[in-house]
Design a binder for this molecule. Structure first.
Ligand SMILES: Nc1ccn([C@@H]2O[C@H](COP(=O)(O)O)[C@@H](O)[C@H]2O)c(=O)n1
Ligand SMILES: [Mg+2]
Length: 289
């Protein structure tokens, strides 16, 4: 029914279950659907031409406004904490305090760098960030069909919003919850707003002050898109879930992580830099039969 599911990048533990959820989402109709998505390495690309693409944090870390010493310190943090973030053998209890430590230390370093609000657009323009292939169709299909898109990111909200804006796909159906920068009256970065969102607290605990999901109580079908094990809890605050389809991009250390991803995500996309499968599912869901 969806040819994209035959791509060699696609793995499913239970293809019949997947077909069942997709049929149910289609049957319940587009008015019941919402999409919840991570941003970094899910809507943005993990790699291009053999090189790693930057996360929203890395865009700042690598930018011209950061001193050489600042760049070195931020890179040291990345090299120390990223392997911990993706380590399949560490528990959440072990990881969470270390993730708070990483984000706090990185945000403190960034806040010492005199980053100007007025520089953000240029910083993004000069970066090597890329949205996944097929992003235009993805954002446009959701917009045209009035499907809410909730972007839940432990990245930097100001940066990811600017990326989407520069790609001309920041439509009114999009809502973002992320780490937003806090600028002083002169437009100089002085910190980050609370609550701090890291990879493993992307759940209801950081959404308490938003009424987003309560307003969407009629949207009982969910397509969830993520790239980390932490993204699996992004829909925990949804009040009424009837159908949920979890699609996971497995970008890094594929063989090591395959088992856990297949247990947790309904569809796993291995080293797939496109939104082909997601677009195929949406197309099928939106077509009137
Ligand atoms: N200082 C940091 C902290 C985190 N990251 C990466 O950001 C990603 C989180 O954003 P999502 O949109 O995916 O929630 C995650 O991949 C971290 O590795 C970073 O690059 N620098
Ligand atoms: Mg991500």
């Amino acid at each position: 029914m969806i040819v994209e599911l035959d791509k060699t990048t696609v793995r499913m533990k239970n293809p019949d279950h997947v077909r069942g959820i997709i049929s149910s989402i289609k049957k319940d109709g587009v008015n019941k659907l919402q999409v919840i998505s991570d941003f970094d390495m899910t809507l943005s690309r993990f790699g291009w031409n053999g090189r790693r693409c930057p996360t929203s944090h890395n865009i700042l870390d690598n930018s011209q406004v950061i001193t050489e010493e600042g760049k070195k310190q931020l890179k040291d943090l990345l090299h120390y904490y990223y392997p911990i973030e993706i380590d399949p053998n560490r528990t959440l209890e072990e990881k969470c305090p270390l993730m708070v430590e990483w984000w706090t230390r990185a945000h403190d370093l960034l806040s010492q760098q005199k980053i100007l609000k007025g520089d953000i657009a240029q910083i993004v323009k000069e970066s090597e960030v890329m949205l996944r292939e097929g992003f235009n169709e993805f954002f446009d299909q959701l917009h045209k069909n009035n499907v809410p898109l909730f972007i839940f990111s432990a990245g930097v909200g100001d940066i990811l919003e600017e990326i989407i804006r520069q790609a001309n796909v920041f439509h009114p159906n999009i809502n973002v919850v992320s780490n937003y920068m806090d600028f002083d009256d002169n437009g100089i970065l002085r910190g980050f707003k609370r609550p701090l969102i890291h990879t493993y607290n992307k759940n209801n605990t950081v959404l308490n002050n938003t009424e987003y999901f309560q307003q969407l109580s009629t949207k009982t079908s969910i397509i969830l898109l993520g790239d980390s094990m932490g993204d699996l809890t992004m829909a925990d605050g949804v009040t009424n879930v009837k159908n949920i389809l979890k699609i996971g991009f497995l970008n890094d250390k594929v063989e090591e992580h395959r088992g856990k991803y297949l247990e947790s995500y309904d569809i796993v996309l291995e080293r797939d830099e496109t939104l082909d499968v997601v677009n195929g599912i949406l197309r099928y869901t939106f077509i009137e039969t």
